[in-house]
Ligand binder design. Structure first.
Ligand code: HEC
Ligand code: HEC
Length: 311
């Protein structure tokens, strides 16, 4: 039981509890012993037919109240109820919870150990485990990534495709879920100016194709090499360690129009995936990662049409 904030409130609770019991005892004594009217059957008659009787309270009420009073006193001696007094049994909600948690941990220790010993691809074959993972995903991840992990345009990425912004190795996926991810794409408007940003956005639409070699892109290619390649890679292929996405795969997290891309460059992007280490157990995190591995496709879906994050 959490401690009461001060002994004043503990005392106050004792006064209230003992006070009400004493008032009850007084009431019972007065009704059954001190306050008995002579049983003269003098009746008050209201409105010709309504008669107010004056009969004593039935005796079984008395015994019922006595029994209840005894139970209350015994309860207050055994369990916490009187201020800070913990009761002779030492029972508390906290202990009860800890006890149930321990029982749960003991009961499931063996299956948990088995699950922890399996690789993600082994887990992905286990249909029961994957059913559990689906429910976990709906509760903990679906609000951001969509019920089916298909992503929410401009907000949280599709997790069923082949594009892994932060890497697709088991330990990278596990790290994304456990510790979360904070992307830091700096804003470039001040440094480059609006015109350069638009030219860069045009260039990114064709980067990786023959057309990108045209003379009109020379300036953009130079800017990219100077300012962007440090994170996005020399040919825009991305760097999972920094969460810098592949800019050549035709998949755009924040929308595929030149405007959306220019917006990303001008203002920067700071996508944040929250950490789940405190909310989920290790087994739960491994189940989720295995489920994502099992769903991860080999193709890229259509890019979200428009960015919704800024609207
Ligand atoms: C508050 C919204 C939110 C919740 C809840 C959330 N995510 Fe995310 N998640 C994101 C965002 C946003 C990103 C992209 C971060 C970025 O821009 O780099 C992301 C990225 C990821 C990535 C990395 C994807 C990649 O391509 O590398 C994985 C894996 C992931 N989330 C899994 C999960 C799982 C599993 C859960 C549930 C336990 C979950 N997320 C819950 C918002 C969320
Ligand atoms: C410090 C590293 C860093 C530098 C430098 C950097 N970026 Fe990025 N960029 C990122 C990261 C990280 C993201 C992912 C942001 C997110 O997930 O919210 C990103 C995202 C983007 C996106 C959005 C991609 C999408 O799929 O929607 C574009 C476009 C982009 N960067 C272009 C550029 C250009 C052009 C430059 C150079 C002017 C540049 N970046 C420089 C790290 C960087």
């Amino acid at each position: 039981m959490p401690e009461l904030p001060s002994s004043f409130w503990g005392g106050w609770i004792i006064v209230l509890t003992v006070g009400s019991l004493l008032v009850l005892v007084g009431l019972v004594l007065s009704v059954y012993f001190f306050d008995r009217q002579p049983d003269d059957h003098a009746e008050v008659v209201w409105d010709e037919t309504l008669r107010e009787g004056n009969h004593p309270a039935p005796l079984w009420w008395f015994w019922l109240i006595v029994v209840l009073l005894v139970i209350s006193v015994v309860y207050l001696l055994l369990y916490p109820g009187l201020g800070r007094y913990r009761g002779t049994l030492g029972w508390s909600q906290g202990h009860q919870l800890a006890h149930s948690e321990q029982r749960y941990a003991d009961e499931f220790a063996a299956p948990h150990a088995t699950l922890l010993g399996q690789s993600l691809s082994e887990l992905a074959q286990n249909h029961l485990a994957m059913d559990a993972a689906l429910s976990l995903f709906r509760v903990h991840c679906g609000t951001c990534h969509g019920e089916d992990a298909g992503g929410v345009a401009g907000y949280a990425p599709n997790l069923t495709d082949a594009a892994w912004q932060w890497g697709q190795r088991d330990e990278e996926i596990l790290a994304s879920i456990t510790a979360g991810r904070q992307a830091a794409m700096p804003p470039w408007r001040m440094a480059l100016g609006d015109d350069s940003v638009t030219v860069l956005a045009d260039y990114l639409k064709v980067i990786g194709t023959q057309a990108a070699d045209g003379p009109q892109y020379e300036q953009a290619a130079a800017t990219f090499a100077g300012s962007c390649s440090v994170c996005h890679g020399a040919s825009g292929e991305g760097k999972p360690a920094l969460g810098a996405p592949d800019l050549t795969d035709g998949y755009w997290l924040y929308g595929s129009s030149v405007d959306d891309i220019a917006h990303s460059i001008a203002r920067g992007r700071q996508g944040r995936m929250p950490a789940h280490a405190d909310r989920l157990s290790e087994v739960q995190i491994r189940l989720l990662a295995a489920w994502l591995v099992s769903r991860s496709g080999s193709t890229l879906p259509e890019s979200p049409i428009q960015s919704v994050r800024d609207k």
